[in-house]
Design a protein around this ligand. Structure first.
Ligand code: AR6
Length: 173
């Protein structure tokens, strides 16, 4: 699996799936969630509502999928990251679960290229360095014959620098 870093807006990315850092209501919010719903249009929210009606809220660490409305991607995989509350062990486990469940769901959807935002590092205040370590570890651990490329989309410079540093040792593999 190739890993790439892009600095920018995930709603502009041409991937088979982009990941949304949602909340358990699945009904939208601020940050990347707001941007995805704004750019993707009402179809995404409609599908999120249908999921809620079917299975209720999405628990922290879990993931669900919708189509991507007007976005260039095919699918949006909505995952709910943990809110940082100083419990490093519990938070780390839940954030790892987000990446694992998104990758698993992407495989089920036969996704070749998937783009992740820096889940939980905005409104949910998860420490960026730790979140980056978890993201890179989970992606590197995940063995897939289906997913060919994972893109980490960093919106802010701090995250971009963190990811560059974390991925430097693997650059020539
Ligand atoms: N493209 C890529 N990354 C982005 C974009 C974008 N357009 N906009 C923001 N980011 P956040 P969270 C980055 O707050 O911390 C929502 O209200 C941002 O810089 O979007 O998981 C949900 O509904 C940060 O690095 O998500 C939840 O209630 C990263 O995306 C809550 O926020 C995540 O920041 C989830 O909080």
């Amino acid at each position: 699996m190739k890993i790439e870093i892009i600095k920018g807006d995930i709603t502009k990315i041409h991937a088979d799936a982009i990941v949304n850092a949602a909340n358990s209501s699945l009904l939208g919010g601020g940050g990347v969630d707001g941007a995805i719903h704004r750019a993707g249009g009402p179809k995404i929210l409609e599908e999120c509502r249908a999921i809620r009606n079917r299975q209720g809220k999405c628990k922290t660490g879990e993931a669900v999928m919708t189509t991507a409305g007007n976005l260039p991607a095919k699918y949006v995989i909505h995952t709910v990251g943990p809110v940082w509350n100083d419990d490093k062990e519990k938070g780390s486990k839940l954030l790892s679960d987000c990446y694992k469940h998104c990758l698993k769901l992407a495989e089920d959807l036969k996704v070749k290229i998937i783009a992740f935002p820096n889940i939980s590092t905005g409104i949910y205040k998860f420490p960026k360095e730790l979140a980056g370590e978890i993201a890179v570890n989970e992606v590197r651990k995940f063995q897939s014959d289906i997913i060919e490329k994972v893109i980490f989309v960093c919106f802010d410079e701090e995250n971009e620098e963190i990811y560059k540093k974390l991925l430097k040792p693997f650059k020539h593999q």
